[in-house]
Design a protein around this ligand. Sequence first.
Ligand SMILES: [Zn+2]
Ligand SMILES: [Zn+2]
Length: 239
Amino acid sequence: MSADHATVAEEEYLQTLFWLHEARLAMTGANVARAMQLSAPTVHEMIGRLERDGYITRADDKAISFTDSGRRHAEEIVRRHRLIERFLTDVLGIPWDEVHEEAERLEHAMSPVLEERMLAAIGDAKTCPHGHPIRPGERIEGVPLADVEPGAKVTILRFENEAEDLLHHLRAVGLEPGMRGTLASRDGDEVVVDGDDDGRRVSLTPSVAETVSVLADPSPPVRTALPEQLVLAKDRYGR
Ligand SMILES: [Zn+2]
Ligand SMILES: [Zn+2]
């Protein structure tokens, strides 16, 4: 039996599952735990609830699939989240590293009428300010910046992880979606990108560079696994 309304917590999980699906990563409890930086038991319990409420099914090998209802709910909440973020940055002028948590709060309470008005207000913007497509299905495939070889040309496509600490960090170092540049150097401590336009030089830890999707020429192969954890500068990152 499918519940009419997903709870806020269920919607958060549906969003993460949808992102895994979009990124062509395995929809499993382990990947949800990594993506949300939560413990396995916490995730296990919520996955069970999503199954009971009719949003997902689980195969014997633990692979998760959406039911029709689950997929519809997930697409709706993902679309709203990204639309709200774009509205907050473009229309209200809020910096892009401060809109994710606001969108998390607003997305659960939005009426179709408000959604329509917001869509009209953002003009022809196609993505959230972090590069995720507002219309699910329009994602451009990228590779992690951490995998790109020195000398390659890169265009920053997307920040895959929208945790605000990480977004504040990315903004502070001067990286933004749409930026073009050249991979200047890469070693165990840092990944350095030189911007094409303004001589900007951006340095990231390899761990942070794993969360940044780019188009690269030449391009390394597409990845199919999620990094275990995120390391910001020298401090461990968690949420
Ligand atoms: Zn977000
Ligand atoms: Zn976003």
